[in-house]
Write a protein that binds this ligand. Structure first.
Ligand SMILES: *Cc1c(COP(=O)(O)O)cnc(C)c1O
Length: 400
């Protein structure tokens, strides 16, 4: 028995991933281990590899690694690029910085387009840079769809258009780790070459599965790519996947969960899933404005449907505030990463969540602002409730 007093009710996990796992998925995963070289696994493998394509909106292969999302970043780079290759990245926030560090460690030559960390990607800067690259030295453009550290999204259609406008052959690689199952993603239609994702955010699964959706152009690049690779090599993976198998022991329990998660997303309808996230995000922003606090993302065009970062007023440490929230109301909010450390907290509104969960979370924030002595106005929860009531729809109407 622990010396800590029991905290009744459920913990509010309002970080922008990992997110709470629905009971249906927990139950689906709760199965005895099976022979990963046997016929029962083959059926599961074939099913999950086919259905994974539907959430990336692709007819091309989607490979699934037993790794965190970071592994899928690495897989994308090592399978398509060669030592010294130039890659163009945009410093939208901490995840862009970490991906760049990885590219350097792998022997690539990344170039960063800076931002002030309060917007998403400005595609015109990519177009300008690629237009100057007459020799086509830049081999890939790498962007983060939803910059989880800042609460700023990027419009991938614009990035695609920018690359085309520059008539540049660079591969387009996109980190969708916190956007898949949250906001629209069209791997084929938007001409993405490698879409990278992970299991523990919009997909509502535990951490430890990661994904690469791979275009034909990326598959062709893989034939001549010279970076060293072994565990993450696509060729072994694709050869085994062709029969529903994996080159090494797959995360069988998580794959059962993945089948269930994909079914759940389609039962709700992907468009409804995206609209629900937009709505929860809008209610959250209305609460933040009513409190008189600043939304970290400074341009509405880039507001994230997955997470809202909130700046605390000068002299008020955001992590001290988060501690009050956790100690008093048993809720975890996201910490400020890197440039946002101490200056902002993040409210996750992604995954298996709904209006009343978000209202509970916002109530916890509003009460804690008072307890922590952070100057603010009342009425954030009221603003969110008013918005939800105005835009309310019975579940049956959405299905129609
Ligand atoms: C969470 C996250 C990552 C890192 O994923 P891990 O599963 O922790 O390796 C990378 N990029 C973005 C945008 C993320 O949100």
């Amino acid at each position: 028995m622990s010396n800590e007093p029991r905290r009744p009710g459920r913990h509010f996990l309002q970080i922008p991933g990992p997110t709470p796992v629905p009971e249906r998925i927990l139950n689906a995963m709760s199965q005895q281990i099976l022979d990963h070289r046997g016929p029962a696994f083959q059926k599961l493998g074939q099913r999950v590899l086919a259905s994974a394509r539907t959430i990336f909106k692709t007819t091309n292969p989607v490979v699934i690694f037993p790794s965190s999302g970071t592994g899928a970043w690495e897989a994308a780079l090592v399978n398509t690029l060669s030592p010294g290759d130039k890659v163009l990245m945009v410093e939208t926030g901490q995840f862009a910085v970490l991906w760049k560090q990885m590219a350097e460690r792998l022997g690539l030559t990344p170039e960063m387009i800076p931002t002030d960390w309060r917007i998403g990607v400005d595609a015109s800067l990519i177009e300008a840079r690629l237009t100057k690259d007459k020799a086509h030295e830049i081999k890939a453009v790498c962007v983060v769809h939803n910059e989880t550290s800042t609460g700023c999204r990027t419009w991938l259609e614009e990035v695609r258009k920018a690359i085309d406008a520059a008539s540049h052959p660079a591969l387009l690689m996109v980190d969708t780790i916190s956007s898949l199952g949250v906001m629209d993603l069209r791997h084929d239609e938007w001409g993405i070459d490698v879409t990278i994702s992970g299991s523990q955010k919009g997909l509502m699964l535990p951490p430890a599965l990661s994904f690469n959706a791979i275009s034909q152009k990326a598959l062709a690049a893989a034939k001549t790519a010279k970076l060293a690779k072994s565990y993450f090599a696509w060729d072994d993976m694709l050869a085994n996947n062709a029969n529903g198998f994996f080159p090494y022991t797959p995360a069988t329990g998580l794959l059962y969960g993945l089948c269930e998660a994909i079914d759940m997303l389609h039962e709700e309808g992907l468009d409804n899933v995206y609209a629900r996230h937009e709505r929860l995000a809008e209610a959250t922003r209305r609460a933040v404005r009513a409190w008189g606090l600043d939304i970290w993302c400074r341009d509405a065009k880039y507001y994230s449907p997955a997470v809202t970062a909130v700046a605390t007023p000068d002299g008020h440490n955001a992590d001290a505030f988060r501690k009050v929230v956790l100690d008093t109301f048993n809720m975890s909010l996201g910490t400020g990463l890197n440039k946002l450390a101490g200056k902002a907290f993040r409210i996750g509104h992604l995954g298996d969540t709904n209006e009343l969960t978000i209202l509970g979370a916002l109530a916890g924030v509003e009460m804690s602002l008072g307890l922590a002595g952070i100057p603010h106005k009342k009425g954030g929860v009221d603003a969110a409730m008013a918005y939800f009531a105005e835009t309310a729809q019975p579940a049956a109407a959405k299905a129609a």
